[in-house]
Design a protein. Sequence first.
Length: 164
Amino acid sequence: MNMTLSQPTSNKTQRSRWPLLVGLLLVASLVIIALLIANQSANRPAAAPAANVISASQLAERYGLRVNLIAVTAAGGLVDLRLKVLDPEKAKALLNDPKNFPTMKVGNSDLILAASEDTRLQAMNALEGGLMVILYSNRGSVVSPDSALSVMLGDVQLDPIAAK
């Protein structure tokens, strides 16, 4: 009878998985840190007050846009802004400049809600009757229903609107 004893390979297998597990944990940590940094830049202080405060009717007349909704959504984690395009030519003239991408000033504070960079880089399609939906992070639940928000488009600031 010829019997050979073999060593169990589990110890060798565990050693070969260790670098993979460490690598996965490192990548996951880096992704989490990147998301936290990106989230912090979503709510930034205002650089300067808007120079031109206008009413909702002036926004429609001059820029061909109407605010249809500002609401706190996603269990308080997002603020939803909906702009209706009334005049595509006027709206495009305003929105073609990236500095005019809609942001929102929170009440009388210096806090500005800004959309994520991915959202800001997307082309705005201003079609007549179209609805532009922009979501903003509500980090720290700084906006609640009935909070006063002013939509800002570059140096144009709309009169405050109460969030729903």
